[in-house]
Design a protein around this ligand. Structure first.
Ligand SMILES: [Zn+2]
Length: 426
């Protein structure tokens, strides 16, 4: 990537079109935003080769009504009691994983211990009260409650075990060859990057990525079952692209199918499709956007097709053959708001799957903007609504209101509790 010449930049800018917007703006009643962070540093400086991984996922629920009420219109100040009230629910969800040189539950290798820990962590109920939030169950539900694993994940065994079926009642199997335990969560293949004494940072990153998208799926599944009306009133905002990379990438078509199924259900009920949005603050699309920014008028949008990406962003010599085919379930857009800020957001591909056609065919269909229906407009409206509060640091009360209007929640239970309490059906 290099800075474009003026002529090049003008040519690129001319392919942007005016961004759609609702009159009045089409805003959701609730926004659930997720963000994850991780830590995989050695347990202490004297033992640099002993590593534990921590993953923390926070979900914030913003009730649009309450968000608007935070500032008292008579005084311009944020009401601290309302803020405290919202803030009381803050509680993130954490996962702890054994990295190098850690023996988990008497496992013989770090890798086997890691597999066991992934299973334990994903099988723990993270919900509260009556709301279950068990990601192993989500994983199974995404696969029609039947999973099989090709070969034994235990090193040096590799027996073919495809005939062993994992279901909600059968989470583990004993390998007929080596006698080791195989967990349903081995399907994610997160352990494949694990070594006994090496750096296991990338496996922890993959786990974080998988957990974020499994949590999104768990919310959608739960609400689709319990309250589809509520589902259509929520916008989900993910930090990062709508994609899963590396070993767990094969989860992405399942999530794509789930979102498409949810939308078919909502449409049949006469409801708006679900707004799931990935927001990318960094990455090569954003780098490109920043180079191009000054050439773009305000209030324009462009869907990033593969030819554009190849010509202007990745500069690849290879012919465009459906970018992200193995990992992405969402399409990138570049949006410069009327206030002049630039955003790279993604919306789920509006299909149940990538189809049996050629990759080129899918590459063409995924950038037909009309297929996204009202979602492009709604995504733009959501960004417009929050951009001021999120990034305009000059107005401190508003920035504060934003920070405190964001409630960290135990995923699942708490979000559902609050939605219920707020009387979505009123
Ligand atoms: Zn085995």
């Amino acid at each position: 990537m290099k800075p474009p010449s003026d002529d090049e930049a003008k040519a690129m800018a001319s392919t942007f079109t005016p961004a759609p917007g609702g009159q009045p703006p089409k805003l959701p009643s609730f926004v659930v935003a997720s963000d994850a962070s991780k830590s995989d540093t050695p347990i202490n400086d004297k033992l640099p080769s002993t590593q534990l991984g921590y993953i923390k996922v926070s979900h914030v629920l913003i009730e649009m009504d309450k968000y608007a009420e935070l500032i008292d219109p008579r005084s311009r100040f944020v009401d601290p009691f309302k803020v405290a009230d919202m803030h009381r629910n803050a509680q993130p969800i954490t996962y702890v994983l054994p990295g190098s040189n850690i023996q988990y539950r008497k496992s013989d290798t770090v890798r086997n211990g890691f597999r066991h820990a992934v299973y334990d962590q994903l099988t723990a109920n993270r919900g509260e009260g009556n709301n279950r939030m068990v990601l192993t169950e989500t994983l199974l539900a995404l696969n029609n409650n039947q999973l099989s694993i090709k070969s034994c994940p235990i090193l040096a065994c590799d027996a073919l075990i495809e005939h062993l079926v994992f279901t909600p009642k059968t989470h583990t199997h004993t390998c007929p060859k080596c006698g080791g335990t195989v967990y349903v969560t081995d399907w994610l293949r997160l352990h494949e990057g694990i070594s006994d004494f090496g750096n296991n940072t990338s496996a922890i990153t993959r786990m974080m990525n998988a957990v974020e998208h499994l949590l999104l799926s768990a919310f959608i599944l739960e609400l689709l079952e319990a309250n589809p009306v509520a589902l259509s009133k929520i916008a989900f905002v993910m930090d990062g692209p709508l994609a899963l990379f590396g070993e767990p990438a094969k989860l992405h078509p399942r999530i794509m199918t789930l979102i498409d199924n949810a939308n078919s259900r909502l449409t049949s009920l006469g409801l708006e499709p679900l707004l799931v949005m990935g927001l990318q603050k960094t990455g090569n699309v954003m780098d490109h956007a920043l180079l191009l920014e000054r050439f773009l008028p305000n209030g324009v949008i462009r869907i990033i097709d593969d030819t554009y990406r190849q010509t202007y962003i990745t500069g690849s010599d290879k012919p465009a053959e459906d970018f992200g085919y193995e990992s992405y379930y969402g399409q990138d857009f570049l949006f410069k708001t009327e206030r002049g800020r630039i955003f790279n957001f993604a919306l789920p591909y509006p299909f149940a799957g990538k189809g049996s056609g050629t990759r080129t065919e899918f590459a063409r269909k995924k950038v037909e903007i009309t297929r996204y229906g009202s979602l492009v407009e709604r995504a733009c409206d959501l960004i417009r609504h929050f951009e001021l509060d999120l990034y305009d640091n000059a107005i401190v009360p508003v920035a504060l209101a934003h920070r405190h209007a964001s409630i960290s929640l135990i995923p699942g239970g708490k979000v559902l509790d609050l939605i219920t309490k707020a009387g979505l059906n009123r």
